[in-house]
Design a protein around this ligand. Structure first.
Ligand code: FAD
Ligand code: NAP
Length: 341
């Protein structure tokens, strides 16, 4: 039976710990429950908001309508091939627990994506990525329910239009679908990606080398770097990187390099350059700044933190940071989390 709670505080359902209230709140543990909840919202003409782990949202207002908290469980081995395994995972599974489970089973490919907060169903939304690996590289398909019609859709990689921290679900498909499960293809041979300087460094320090290591060792190294560098949301509420790294063309890079020879950027396969937004923010003087109960983290300028401020204070800080980076470098930084204001 559908259990709808009224006036639920979402403070513990978003990693920025913002004090938003859900008018109606329902935990969704199966596809049937989801369809029932969507019917109920349709009947009462209520808007839907989907919430996973709340680690990529800024809840700067109360949420009217119905909030669906995804809790569909299940990790299923769908097929065993000579060199890979195909698995199906419910949207409500915890992402990091999934990574650890796959490593335990000897299914490799998610190790660089260790310790990313949140749930499996949200992973395709921004095509989660870290340390040189993106979800899209392991992704086969997903199942989603179309909110307006209740229809079940199977989407493959091309339907999802994955990009850099981007997908169909952030563009045309925004607020149209509820993802219920995803399907991944993982290898049974390790095929490591250890090019990121910080990752190489930790592997060198711990193992004396960075090549002949196991996927579990890569996962452990990623966890160690993240724990040393990123604020744990349960200690200091945050939503991870607040801005995407701007990607610019070679002409603009040449102009910027002339003025800022130390600018940190990484060449992309199409000739463009991804500039480290954290470096830009730091150079604009924001690292460690605190105001109105919110701030820029002292170790990683890309992470905005909430000490005891409001969503509006956070968004005002974000907008001032964007303005100053635009003024200093002529670069527009896009906000990464989903803003509800
Ligand atoms: P939520 O914040 O609950 O939701 C995010 C968006 O997805 C919302 O718009 C929501 O409506 C939608 N959504 C959620 N579930 C569904 C669903 N089942 N169907 C349809 N829509 C849905 N991200 C990275 O890419 N790489 C990182 O390395 C990384 N590191 C992080 C570190 C920290 C400390 C933090 C706090 C965040 C980090 N993030 C990172 C961001 C975040 O963890 C990911 O984007 C994650 O996938 C969000 O999952 P979630 O369940 O918390 O989503
Ligand atoms: P970092 O290692 O200090 O690197 C800074 C930036 O430079 C990163 O944003 C990264 O881009 C880029 N970079 C570094 N080495 C690169 C290489 N060899 N090739 C291409 N790009 C390179 O970054 P960090 O802040 O500690 O984060 C480590 C990883 O975790 C990054 O991949 C980051 O995206 C991910 N992360 C994401 C979030 C989030 O909320 N989205 C939060 C924390 C960490 P990319 O960001 O494109 O990788």
């Amino acid at each position: 039976m559908l259990q709808i709670q009224k006036q639920v505080s979402l403070r513990h359902f978003n990693t920025l710990a913002l004090p938003s209230i859900a008018e109606n709140f329902c935990k969704i543990s199966s596809k049937n429950a989801l369809c029932e909840a969507l019917e109920w919202a349709k009947k009462h003409q209520l808007p839907i908001t989907i919430l996973g782990g709340g680690s990529n949202v800024v809840l700067a207002r109360d949420l009217a309508g119905l909030v669906l908290h995804m809790a569909i469980p299940g990790v299923e081995l769908v097929s065993e091939q000579q060199d890979h395994r195909i698995i199906n995972i419910g949207a409500g599974e915890n992402w990091h627990q999934l990574v650890l489970h796959t490593l335990d089973q000897g299914w490799y490919g998610l190790e660089n994506l260790s310790l990313i907060p949140g749930l499996v169903g949200a992973a395709p939304i921004q095509n989660i990525g870290a340390y040189g690996v993106e979800l899209s590289e392991r992704f086969l398909s997903l199942e989603a329910i179309h909110i307006a019609t209740g229809e079940l859709r199977l989407m493959d990689s091309s339907d999802c239009q994955f990009g850099y921290r981007d997908s169909f679900f952030k563009g045309k498909g925004r607020d149209q679908y509820v993802i219920t499960s995803i399907r991944l293809q993982l290898s049974i041979q390790s095929n490591l990606c250890v090019e990121y300087p910080a990752l190489q460094q930790v592997l060198m320090d711990d193992m004396g080398q960075s090549q002949d290591v196991s996927p579990k060792q890569v996962s452990d190294a990623v966890c160690a770097i993240r724990q040393s560098k990123l604020p744990d949301p349960s200690d200091i509420p945050n939503a991870g990187s607040f801005f995407k790294n701007p990607v610019v063309g070679p002409e603009q890079v040449a102009v910027l390099r002339k003025k800022y020879p130390d600018i940190v950027g990484y060449g992309q396969s199409d000739g463009s350059m991804k500039l480290a937004a954290g470096w830009l923010i730091e150079q604009a003087g924001w690292k460690g700044v605190t105001r109105n109960g919110v701030g820029v983290h002292a170790n990683q300028a890309l992470v905005l933190v909430n000490y005891d401020g409001s969503g509006e204070a956070l968004l005002s800080l974000a907008s001032d940071i964007q303005a100053s980076v635009l003024e200093k470098f002529g670069l527009k930084m896009e906000v990464e989390p989903r803003i509800y204001r």
